[in-house]
Write a protein that binds this ligand. Sequence first.
Ligand SMILES: [Zn+2]
Length: 279
Amino acid sequence: MKFITFDIEDWFHILDHPETSNPSSWDKFESRIDHGVGLILDLMDKHELKGTFFCLGWIAEKHPHIIKRIDAAGHHIGTHSYYHQLAYEQTEDEYRKDLSDSIKILSDLTGKTIDAYRAPGFSIKESNLWAFDVMAEEGIKYDSSVFPANRAHGGLPQFTTDQPCKVITKKGYEIIELPMNTASLLGQNFVFSGGGYFRLLPEWYLKKLFNSQDYVMTYFHPRDFDAGQPIIPGLSRFRKFKSYTGIRSALEKLEKTVLYKEYYCLQEFSQPTQKEIIL
Ligand SMILES: [Zn+2]
């Protein structure tokens, strides 16, 4: 199965950068979330697809109509945490509070049970595998936080599969893990179904990658398609290139490489025999 997912955050929710990592600075930035989410919802509607939208609790607090709009369009609402902080930098108590606050605001707004989660920046590492216990205790059934390759934040290259599996947590809970799937080039594993690789790789090659795998997990953001967004001040030239190149053509690319096929939301996952990963 192939899954279409979006992390619903604004253009300034960039991790690990002094101008943007502290939530107290966010109110001073212009919001672009209506525009970006509008582009996504229109395109999903056109192709009659339902996806999973991992929403920030902070977005739900500041722009509740956005969450209601996504929900009213029939999509599956998951959480992407409240304050978009790196999970491996939080204590277990801080992590639990942030996660449960996000679940509460999203379920209050939609009247639905929030059962899906993706950690900000895929920030689950060897050092915070306890996060799976907390997820299970807070009601998460589907997780998509495992990035089984190296990356700037998080990344779990030791995870032994890039396919759907059942995680048995340290305390014995079960969570369905729908990790990012990887492709391999010159002996290096990389994730092509979102982020910089998606924007930078040519359309023909992406099409080949997306179509050659039975399981695909995508991750996109409203800012990935918003050519009018401001540029974050103070980014290195490399991060600027990684963050902004290819935005103008990204929406058309999404349509031509992904949305013309059958893609699903996480709640539609069904695969009776899943590999078990015991933490
Ligand atoms: Zn994020």
